[in-house]
Design a protein around this ligand. Sequence first.
Ligand SMILES: [Zn+2]
Length: 342
Amino acid sequence: MTDTTTILAETRARIADAPDVEALRAIEREVVGKDGVVASLLKSIPGLPPEERKGAGQSANELKQAVLAAIEEREASLGSAALEAERRADGFDGTLPPPRVERGTLHPVTQVTRELEDLFTSMGYMVLDGPEVELDDYNFEKLNIPADHPARDTQDTFYCSSPGSSASLLLRTHTSPVQVRAMERLEPPFRAIVPGKVFRQETTDASHEHTFHQMEGLVIDRNVSVGHLIGAMKTLLRGIFKKEIEVRLRPGYFPFVEPGFELDARCPFCTDGCSVCKRTTWIELLPCGLVHPNVLKAGGLDPEEWGGFAFGLGLSRLVMLRYGIDDVRHLLGGDLRFLDQF
Ligand SMILES: [Zn+2]
């Protein structure tokens, strides 16, 4: 019988000469395979004198391990030689790490919108959508803002026309047109929110942008009071800031509500004044009020029977507050250095 030391020496020499991986596989089958040299060595053990059996088994196993290690080593060096040859041939470098796969995330505005949608649907609100290119009629007239109304000056926008039509079209300046569209289509009572993009003809700076996001809220029911409005707003703030937030109403004028209010929230970031609340401890959060009878009429509802409240949440502003973003232009700037942070 050939001793394992000789077999190992011979096998190693063949492995070192193997020209490719196929040749290595052949040697591997021949030596450590099912019917290979090691297997026949192990098979012969029972025929040996008892005192030799243990030693024979041990050396057969050592042979197997040593051959496998030599094959692995040769395979690695064949592999890097192949890569090296490839790199020289066509400039491709297979040793470089693969390009990083960029994983996208949801935009912060989308994240907050979805959170608010969950919150409001849990309170029985529907989520509605409306056209971004809107009729003047819905954006202004039906919201109690006639053509000569001064409120139009503060909501200058982009006007457009449609070929073959005399309809006066514009990019909507707020999500409020959907109030009337909802009243026209839905059977009262109902509750709805309308998240979406709005547009203004605006000189842009850190707090002004030509395109931003709002979320309209509308509740139509019998006997709706300011108390219902405050209750809904407190629930909203608790959902956003995850704690109880004190609110206050100041009289405010908006043509489509009567009475109208500015709702302020106690600054969630400080107790004695900070830069967010401009040292006042109050943050101006949203305009709101009870739906104006003229708007109810424009939506085909009888103001004697139906009432409601509405609010216009500045979604972009809320996202900025939530994440401490100091410039509204970051939101739609498309800069990955900004977006990567969410
Ligand atoms: Zn503050």
